[in-house]
Design a protein around this ligand. Structure first.
Ligand code: XIL
Length: 464
């Protein structure tokens, strides 16, 4: 019987064609076997096998997108209500509570067997204006009433609550929110006490951004948690939001998670996204993937780091581009629901799949018609691996005078003369020895580019 070893490492296209022929003969004789769970497990399942959860935030408007909800419901073990548990939605006017939108998300998560993080009870943002008008002497009561009502409403249905969100400035001082100004330093402890009184079981978290690494802000949170523990203020965990920038994951992340854990609280990565300057490129994807992997590894290295939540999972619904102009592509799935290298890095860090050998898919460019001033071409993408490809990117340099008017069966980005085409949602997965095509219409003189290169996304798993 024919035996083969999986091909690894970068290969030239010529070598590959030869290898493919040999491989195709081999593959008909030897069916590839894959390590079962690495190939098929979801991020939620992989995390669960490590005693953690892997979740996603979501928001109501997206729930009518069925392609979106299919992945949301199957890939994650945990859901965070991204917007509609905030004060502006739940108590839009004093004493009038409305949980309709929040319930929609919680119901969906429950029907998918997912745990839910409530987000968030006390925050200076998305706060209805009436709260700002409450006289100083009444605000503590108003805050307690809000917490009591909302925590009680969801009692028994949530695993975690972000009780207080973003109460510190970068220098470690208290943010001068209306709560800070009218109630004073004690408002945070009072918020936790009210939440505990309303539900003794749900885990109560302080949540903030830019506290992932060790620095003045995380030091201040650290001191607060330490004093809460000393005084018996009921805090169970610290949420590190982790709205990060590719290439800038704090080196002290794991040490920082560990020092909080050592105070006797859990830690969760609550709002992970890793943004890049647009446009997205293969190099930035690679950087981002390594960063996602590093965050997952840091969490796994500390036993009290209980789980990771991405701040939504697809670039289609990321908050990043609207808040950080010129930045985006921050999530593990792209806007067309194709898995990015970041997805595979997360899976690999959670013990599934393995890093891509890289370089072993092929792209063959063929001009299919030409006329005065224009042409069409068809590009065949082939899988030269023994493991399935779960996404591909084809790049080339535009010959002078050419431009591309549109692409079908793929997604086009052009950065100067650099052309990048990524798979569509439906043609990214190629079994071993399979191929697919995409097409383009161009302007200018037809001519085959010299440097057409295919890069596969990382595979589901490696052959046995
Ligand atoms: C963001 C939501 O994603 C947006 O849809 C909304 O417009 C603003 O809030 N830190 C938090 C989250 O704690 O609540 C924020 O969510 C993102 C930053």
């Amino acid at each position: 019987m024919l035996r083969h070893r999986p091909t690894r490492g970068r290969r030239t296209a010529g070598l590959l064609t030869t290898a493919l022929v040999a491989l195709s003969a081999a593959m008909t004789a030897v069916a590839p076997t894959h390590t079962a769970h690495a190939d098929t497990a979801t991020l939620g399942e992989l995390a669960e096998a490590k005693g953690r959860y892997f979740g996603s935030a979501t928001d109501n408007p997206e729930l009518s997108d069925t392609q979106y909800t299919r992945i949301l419901g199957s890939e994650f073990g945990q859901i965070t209500v991204g917007n509609t548990m905030k004060w502006q939605y739940t108590e839009p006017s004093r004493g009038r509570f409305d949980y309709t939108a929040a319930e929609e998300v919680v119901d969906l998560a429950e029907s998918n067997g997912q745990s839910v993080r409530g987000h968030t009870l006390v925050w200076h943002n998305q706060l209805p204006s009436w709260v700002g008008d409450v006289p100083a002497g009444e605000l503590l009561g108003v805050m307690r009433d809000h917490i009591t009502h909302e925590v009680d409403h969801f009692k028994g249905r949530l695993a975690h609550w972000d009780v207080v969100n973003e109460a510190f400035e970068e220098d470690g001082s208290r943010r001068q929110s209306v709560f800070q100004q009218k109630i004073g330093d004690s408002y945070i402890a009072e918020a936790f006490k009210a939440a505990r009184a309303a539900d003794p079981d749900v885990k109560l978290y302080y949540n903030d951004y830019n506290i992932e690494g060790i620095g003045p802000k995380s030091d201040a949170v650290y001191e607060m948690v330490k004093s809460f523990k000393a005084q018996g203020v009921p805090i169970d965990g610290v949420g590190m939001q982790a709205h990060l920038i590719a290439g800038q994951v704090p080196a002290s992340l794991q040490r920082n998670i560990q020092r909080f854990a050592d105070l006797g609280v859990d830690v969760a990565i609550t709002e992970l996204d890793i943004r890049m300057t647009l446009p997205r490129t293969a190099a930035k994807d690679t950087r981002q993937a390594a960063d996602y992997g590093a965050v997952v590894e840091a969490c796994l290295a500390v036993s009290r780091c209980v789980g990771i939540t991405v701040w939504d999972y697809t670039d289609k619904y990321s908050w990043v581009p609207s808040v950080f102009p010129g930045e985006g592509a921050a999530l593990p799935w792209d806007e067309h629901f194709a898995k990015k290298p970041a997805y595979h890095a997360i899976a690999a860090a959670l013990g599934g799949g393995s890093p891509a050998p890289g370089g072993d898919c092929t792209a063959t460019y063929r001009v299919t018609s030409r006329w005065q001033g224009g042409f069409t071409a068809e590009i065949t993408v082939g899988n030269g691996r023994t493991a399935p490809i779960d996404g591909w990117t084809v790049t080339w340099t535009l010959p002078g005078g050419q431009s591309i008017s549109h692409v079908w069966n793929g997604y086009l980005t052009v950065d100067g003369q650099r052309v990048t085409v990524r798979n569509a949602g439906y043609n990214g997965t190629l079994g071993s020895n399979a191929s697919t095509t995409f097409g383009l219409q161009g302007e200018g003189t037809a001519g085959t580019p010299a440097d057409v290169t295919c890069t596969p996304a990382q595979p589901f798993g490696t052959p046995a």
